[in-house]
Design a protein around this ligand. Structure first.
Ligand SMILES: Cc1cc2nc3c(=O)[nH]c(=O)nc-3n(C[C@H](O)[C@H](O)[C@H](O)COP(=O)(O)OP(=O)(O)OC[C@H]3O[C@@H](n4cnc5c(N)ncnc54)[C@H](O)[C@@H]3O)c2cc1C
Length: 482
C-alpha cells in the first residue's frame, strides 16, 4: 500500500453505488447489525443513479393489493419475462425474482417509500406495476434518509476506481488514494451506459464509417461508467450478456447528453411515419401496440445513417399521444416541413405520397390493432395507417436514447458473483450490472426496479451472512490456537 494512503476503519459491508439496488442492499445488511459503508460516485445532489428517473416497480400479486388492481400471478409474470427475453433468462433466478417481488412493497414502505395508483397514459400498468409517490427521486431520498437514521456511512463523490481482490475474494475498494477495506462487498454500480468510449468500442463503426455510439444520448445518470464492472471482469468474473445490448428508446434529438429522463421520450411514431436522413421509411411503424414496440425504435434509429430518424405526423395525431417536453417542428406544407428538417424535398414528398396512396381506408382506432393498413408498400404499416394529409404537419427528430446496458456479471440465487464457475465467498452484485442473468434481452416495464430491489435485498442479506461466517471462522481459529 502506498505510504500516503490514509488508514480507514474496516467495514463489514462495502456497497459500491448509490441507486436503488445499492441502497436496498445497504439497508438490508444493516438490518442484522452489519456496519455498512456506501461509496457513491455522484455528489449528493445527483445521487441515486438511474433510479431517480423511475416511476414504478413490477410486482407479482394473487389478488388486488393496495395500489395494484386484479391479480398478476407468478405464471403470468414468468410468461411475460420469457416472451420479452425470447427465453434468454435463467428460469430459477427469474422465478425467485418474481416470487420475492410480492414482498417488496411492504419492505419498501418500512423505509419510507409510498405508492400511488397507476398513472393513465400510453402504458397501461395498473395491474402489474406499483407507482412510487413522488417518483424515483422520492424513493431514493427516503432510502438515504433511512440510511442516515440507521447509522450507515455514505461517502459522496467517491468513485471506486479500483477493486482489490485475493482471487475471487473481495479485499478492498479504492477511490483515488483512499482504500476502503471490507469483509464483504456488494457491487451495485449500474451498467456502463455513460461510458461513451466503451460504447464506441462495443458498437464500432457502421457501413458508412460512422461511430454509431457518438450519436447516443444517455437517458439517465452520467456516473454509470462501468468501472467496478470492468474491475470484476478483468479479475475473471464470469460475464453475462453482450456489450451492444441495451434498453434503447428513440428520444428527442434535442435531449441533453445525460439525465434527460422520461420527459424526452416520444410516443407519436405509431400515429404517423418515420423517415431517416435520406427521407425514406425503414420499419413498420404500426407493427404492434406502442408499449410493446417503443423499446425497439432506439436500436432501429441507431442502425440508420447519422443515427437519426424523423417522426412525421399531421394534425389528426395531435392529442392522441403524451407530448414530450419539446415542441415539434411545425409546417403548413410537406415541402416546408422537408426544408425545415433539411431533408431532400423530392424524396420526402415521394415517400409521403407513396405512403398516402398505399393506405387502405378502415376504422381508425388507436386502442386496438385496427384495420387501417398499407397495401403494396415496403416496409408496410400494419395498423393505424392513415394518409398524412391534414395541415399543419409536425415532426420530431429522434435519436437512440440508452436507458441501461445489459452486460454484467453472472450471479447465483444468493447474488454471489461467479469466477470460473465458482461463487465468490464475499462478493455480491445487484441491479443493472447483474440484470442480464434474468433479462438476456428485451424489457418489460418496471422490471429494472424489481431486479434491483429483490437482488439488492438478497445481496445485502448474503453479504451480512458472509461477514458472520468469516467471524465464526476467525473465532474457531482463535479457539484452536488457545
Ligand atoms: C429515464 C428512465 C426511466 C426509467 N424508468 C423505470 C421505471 O419506471 N421502472 C423500472 O423498473 N425501471 C426504470 N428504469 C430503469 C431503472 O432506472 C434501472 O433498472 C434501475 O434504476 C437500476 O438500479 P441500479 O441501482 O442497478 O442502478 P442505478 O440506479 O443507476 O445506480 C447506480 C449507482 O452507482 C453509482 N456508481 C456508478 N459507478 C460507480 C463507481 N465506480 N463508484 C461508486 N459509485 C458508482 C452511480 O452514481 C449510481 O448511484 C428507468 C431508467 C431511466 C433512465
Amino acid at each position: 500500500m502506498p505510504s500516503d494512503t490514509p488508514l480507514l476503519p474496516m467495514y463489514d459491508v462495502i456497497v459500491i453505488g448509490g441507486g436503488n439496488a445499492a441502497m436496498t442492499a445497504a439497508l438490508t445488511a444493516r438490518e442484522t447489525g452489519a456496519s455498512v459503508l456506501v461509496l457513491e460516485s455522484a455528489p449528493i445532489e445527483w445521487r441515486g443513479g438511474n433510479s431517480v428517473h423511475t416511476r414504478n416497480i413490477r410486482c407479482m400479486h394473487d389478488q388486488p393489493e393496495d395500489v395494484l388492481t386484479e391479480a398478476y400471478p407468478e405464471e403470468e409474470f414468468w410468461q411475460d419475462l420469457k416472451k420479452v427475453t425470447a427465453g434468454k433468462t435463467n428460469e430459477a433466478l427469474a422465478r425467485l425474482l418474481i416470487r420475492l417481488s410480492a414482498s417488496c412493497r411492504d419492505w419498501m414502505k418500512k423505509y419510507g417509500v409510498n405508492f400511488q395508483p397507476s398513472l393513465s397514459g400510453t402504458l397501461h400498468l395498473s395491474r402489474t406495476n406499483a407507482f412510487f409517490m413522488g417518483g424515483g427521486k422520492a424513493l431514493i431520498n427516503a432510502y438515504f434518509r433511512s440510511a442516515q437514521q440507521l447509522g450507515i456511512t455514505v461517502l459522496y463523490e467517491t468513485p471506486v476506481d479500483r477493486m482489490e481482490f485475493n482471487g475471487s475474494t473481495f479485499v478492498a475498494a479504492h477511490s483515488g488514494n483512499r482504500r476502503f477495506a471490507g469483509r464483504a462487498c456488494v457491487v451495485a454500480s449500474g451498467g456502463f451506459e455513460s461510458n461513451i468510449t466503451w460504447q464506441r468500442e462495443a458498437w464500432g463503426q457502421n457501413q458508412w464509417g460512422e461511430w454509431t455510439a457518438d450519436n447516443f444520448l444517455i437517458r439517465g445518470t452520467r456516473y454509470n461508467m462501468g468501472v467496478a464492472l470492468k474491475q470484476m471482469l478483468d479479475q475473471g468474473a464470469d460475464v453475462i450478456g453482450d456489450p451492444t445490448q441495451s434498453h434503447c428508446v428513440a428520444i428527442d434529438a434535442r435531449a441533453p447528453l445525460f439525465d434527460g429522463g422520461i420527459s424526452t421520450r416520444n410516443d407519436c411514431v405509431s400515429l404517423g411515419v418515420m423517415v431517416n436522413k435520406n427521407a425514406v421509411r425503414f420499419y413498420d411503424e404500426g407493427e404492434d401496440f406502442w408499449p410493446k414496440r417503443y423499446a425497439i425504435w432506439g436500436r432501429l434509429v441507431a442502425s440508420q445513417p447519422n443515427q437519426i430518424g424523423y417522426a412525421i405526423i399531421d394534425s389528426k395525431a395531435i392529442g392522441r399521444f403524451m407530448p414530450s417536453v419539446f415542441e415539434p417542428i411545425k409546417a403548413n406544407s410537406l415541402k416546408e416541413l422537408a426544408v425545415a428538417l433539411k431533408l431532400d424535398v423530392d424524396t420526402f414528398l415521394k415517400t409521403i405520397d407513396e405512403f398516402n396512396r398505399a393506405c387502405v381506408p378502415g376504422d381508425f382506432d388507436h386502442s386496438v390493432l385496427d384495420n387501417c393498413y398499407t397495401q403494396g408498400l415496403t416496409p408496410p404499416k400494419t395498423h393505424w395507417a392513415r394518409p398524412i394529409d391534414t395541415v399543419p404537419f409536425y415532426s420530431y427528430g429522434l435519436r437512440p436514447g440508452i436507458t441501461f446496458t445489459y452486460l454484467g456479471v453472472k450471479v447465483n440465487e444468493h447474488a454471489q458473483v461467479y469466477f470460473g464457475g465458482q461463487p465468490s465467498r464475499n462478493l455480491f452484485a445487484a441491479g443493472e450490472l447483474m440484470a442480464g442473468n434474468v433479462l438476456g434481452q428485451g424489457y418489460t416495464a418496471g422490471v429494472g426496479m424489481t431486479i434491483g430491489t429483490v437482488f439488492g435485498r438478497i445481496a445485502g442479506a448474503s453479504a451480512d451472512k458472509a461477514v458472520q461466517a468469516s467471524a465464526n471462522v476467525k473465532k474457531g481459529e482463535a479457539h484452536a490456537s488457545d
